[in-house]
Design a protein around this ligand. Structure first.
Ligand code: UTP
Length: 285
């Protein structure tokens, strides 16, 4: 299976840093957010990855490219551990880049990768969403896709007052945590739906989605929304929602970026104790 990682958005919720630095390159300890996303795909058995970029996102391409001068300097200095790490990044997977010339929405970003995807179902991982899980989220979705043979979207329950921030799915629970979707509503008010199952940034899509994106009219902010295209797909094919296990961080959101850095520090052998002491001290003061 191949994967698309859309990373061409403007990141306006994270201004001003995103004026010149892609949000997908924000560091979590010592590596950029998008590396965690690429590693999730690889750890789910996906090795052919298309990253959708745009203007001002060149740092992403450079990051996954070979850094010849740097490698030579590290080699000369005998810093072999660092050299290995730097090499590992450029050799991780087959990564291809396509450009979305204008940020016309998530649906449009996925469409830009159409020619690379062929006639097979493919995975979509949003470049600014990190999911910390024992079993990688996209692997969980692949298992559901294999069982039901159709598109699957990752969902998680959110607070009632938060449904207005997400695409919400309504459907029938066919097994624990798996729903056959009946309706998807983009950013509803809490009165519009009884469901609290929100779509998070992971999908397995059948290739029929491309025809649906072609038929999707620009929606909010003039963008081609993936949820609108999914609703067209739902007229033709079943779509399932899966309540994945894991914690999701939206790096388009400043507070989530702070939270994930603390979580990752607590999982890191070098920082766990230091961070614990630091937090205790700050909370006491
Ligand atoms: P978001 O809606 O979170 O990204 O899209 P954004 O538009 O950058 O965010 P704000 O609201 O301005 O802060 C989810 C994912 O889809 C990508 C983004 O890069 C992000 O990874 N995306 C979004 C595209 O690739 N192209 C687009 O036109 C829009």
């Amino acid at each position: 299976m191949k994967a698309v990682i859309p990373a061409a958005g403007l990141g306006t919720r994270f201004l001003p840093i995103t004026k010149s630095s892609p949000k997908e390159m924000l560091p979590i300890i010592d590596r950029p957010a998008i590396q965690y996303v690429v590693e999730e795909a690889i750890n789910s058995g996906i090795e052919d990855i298309v990253i959708v970029t745009g203007r001002g996102k060149e740092a992403i391409e450079r990051y996954f490219d070979m850094a010849y001068e740097l490698e030579r300097v590290l080699e000369e200095r005998g810093e072999m551990e660092k050299l290995q790490e730097v090499r590992r990044i450029s050799e991780m997977a087959s990564i291809f880049f396509v450009r979305q010339k204008m940020p016309l929405g998530l649906g449009h970003a996925i469409y830009v990768a159409k020619n690379h995807m062929g006639e097979e179902s493919f995975a979509v991982l949003l470049g600014d969403d990190i999911i910390v899980a024992d079993k990688p989220c996209i692997k969980q979705l692949r298992e559901i896709h294999k069982k039901y043979g159709c598109s699957v979207v990752a969902v998680q329950e959110v607070e009632k007052e938060d449904v207005r921030k997400y695409g919400i799915v309504e459907g029938e629970e066919v097994e624990k945590g798996v729903y056959r979707i009946e309706r998807m509503i983009e950013k509803p008010s809490p009165e519009e739906t009884a469901s609290r199952n929100a779509i998070m940034g992971r999908y397995i899509l059948t290739p029929a989605i491309f025809k649906c994106i072609e038929r999707t009219e620009p929606g909010k902010k003039g963008e081609i929304q993936l949820t609108d295209a999914l609703n067209l797909l739902l007229e033709k094919e079943d779509i399932y929602a899966y309540e994945f296990r894991g914690r999701r961080y939206d790096l388009g959101n400043k507070f989530d970026w702070l939270r994930i850095n603390v979580e990752m520090a607590m999982q890191h052998d070098d920082f766990r104790e230091k961070m614990r002491k630091f937090l205790q001290k700050i909370l006491q003061d």
